[in-house]
Ligand binder design. Structure first.
Ligand code: PSU
Ligand code: MN
Length: 306
C-alpha cells in the first residue's frame, strides 16, 4: 500500500494522538480556483484548521512522492499548474515521478487513511454526473468515501451534477450522509439542494460517536455543512449558468477526468465576482467544522485509552 511521506509537524501530531485535518490540493491548484484566490483559499483553510485546534495536512504528489502535510515553504508549488490525481492515478503519479500531482477527494482520503488521519475537509465532492445513464460518469470520490475510514466534510456537491442520483449512489455503497445542523443536502453555492440528508447532527461529539460506531472499519462518513447564510448565492441565477457550462462541455467534446475542471472553469468565468468569495467562504467553513470534529475524535480516543 502507498504510504504518504508526512511533514514533521503532521508526524509529531499523529504520534501524540493530536487532531489532524487532511485537505486536497486540487482546489488550491490551477484546476480548482484561479490565482490569486487559490492562495487566499489555502491560507484561510489553514488558519481555520489551526484556530480550531488541529494540524492541517494538505495532500499532493510532489516530485513523485505522495505527501501528507506540506510546509509553508512549499505552498507555492501546490498553487501552480497541476496534473489531476484521483485515487487510481496515485500509483501512476508516483511511478512516473510527476512534478505536481494535485490530489482530488478520492486520492486525499486514501492518503489520509493510510496515515491514520480520520478527518478530511474539502469544498465540494465529485458525484454522479447528469446523463450518467449514458456516459457512466460517476466520480471515484463516491466509492472512496465508502471504502476509506475517513470523515469527509464538504458543502455538498455542485448543482451541475445529478445530486439526487449522487445521494442514491451514496446510499447504495453505504455512506452515511450527515447534515451539520441542517436537514438538507447542500448544493455548494446554495444551502439546500431541496433534497434531504439522511441524518442531522448538532455537535462534533455526535459525529465522533457515529464514526466510532461504524459496522465496517473500512468505511467513511460524509458530513455536509451548508455555505454560511451571508455568503450564499441566488439559486435562480445559478441554474442557467450551470446548464450553459454543461452545454459548452458537450460542444467542446470534453470527456472523462477533464469534465469537472472544464465545467468549474466555465462557472467561474460566468459568475466571476460572486462565485469565488462564496467558494472561499464555504471551504473555510468546512475547514472549521472539520477541525472541531477532529478535536472531538482525538478527545474520544484519549478518554477510551485512559
Ligand atoms: N468540485 C468542486 N471543486 C473541485 C472539485 C469538485 O466544486 O475542485 C474537484 C475535487 O478535487 C473532486 C474532483 O474530488 O474535482 C472530482 O473530479 P471528478 O468529477 O473527475 O471525479
Ligand atoms: Mn468523471
Amino acid at each position: 500500500m502507498l504510504h504518504p511521506e508526512l511533514s514533521s509537524e503532521v508526524a509529531v501530531a499523529l504520534a501524540n494522538g493530536e487532531p489532524v485535518v487532511a485537505m486536497e490540493s486540487t482546489i488550491f491548484s490551477n484546476l480548482g480556483l484561479p490565482s490569486p484566490f487559490n492562495e487566499e483559499a489555502l491560507r484561510r483553510c489553514i488558519v481555520a484548521v489551526r484556530a480550531g485546534g488541529a494540524v492541517p495536512a494538505v495532500t499532493a504528489v510532489l516530485d513523485g512522492v505522495a505527501r501528507l502535510g506540506i510546509d509553508e515553504s512549499e505552498h507555492p508549488r501546490i498553487l501552480g499548474v497541476a496534473r489531476k490525481v484521483a485515487e487510481r492515478d496515485l500509483a501512476v503519479a508516483v511511478g512516473q515521478a510527476w512534478e505536481f500531482g494535485a490530489t482530488t477527494v478520492s486520492a486525499s482520503v486514501a492518503l489520509a487513511a493510510a496515515a491514520g488521519v480520520h478527518v478530511f475537509a474539502t469544498g465540494g465532492i465529485g458525484g454522479v454526473h447528469r446523463g450518467a445513464e449514458l456516459t457512466g460518469d460517476i466520480s471515484a470520490d463516491l466509492d472512496a468515501l465508502a471504502h476509506q475510514p475517513v470523515i469527509t466534510v464538504c458543502a455538498g456537491a455542485k448543482a451541475f451534477l445529478d445530486l439526487s442520483r449522487t445521494l442514491e449512489y451514496l446510499e447504495t455503497v453505504g455512506v452515511p450522509v450527515l447534515g451539520w445542523r441542517h436537514d438538507w443536502f447542500p448544493a455548494f453555492y446554495t444551502r439546500s439542494s431541496g433534497l434531504r440528508v439522511a441524518h442531522r447532527v448538532e455537535a462534533a461529539d455526535e459525529v465522533a460517536a457515529i464514526f466510532a460506531s461504524r459496522s465496517r472499519a473500512q468505511s467513511g462518513i460524509l458530513l455536509t455543512a451548508p455555505i454560511p447564510e451571508a455568503d450564499e448565492l441566488d439559486a435562480s441565477v445559478l441554474d442557467g449558468l450551470l446548464q450553459q457550462a454543461l452545454d459548452d462541455c458537450v460542444a467542446a467534446g470534453v470527456t472523462g477526468a477533464a469534465v469537472t475542471p472544464f465545467v468549474l472553469a466555465r462557472i467561474s468565468q460566468a459568475t466571476a465576482g460572486r462565485s469565488i468569495p462564496a467558494n472561499l467562504a464555504l471551504a473555510e467553513n468546512n475547514a472549521r467544522v472539520a477541525a472541531e470534529v477532529a478535536v472531538a475524535i482525538a478527545r474520544g480516543a484519549r478518554s477510551r485509552a485512559s
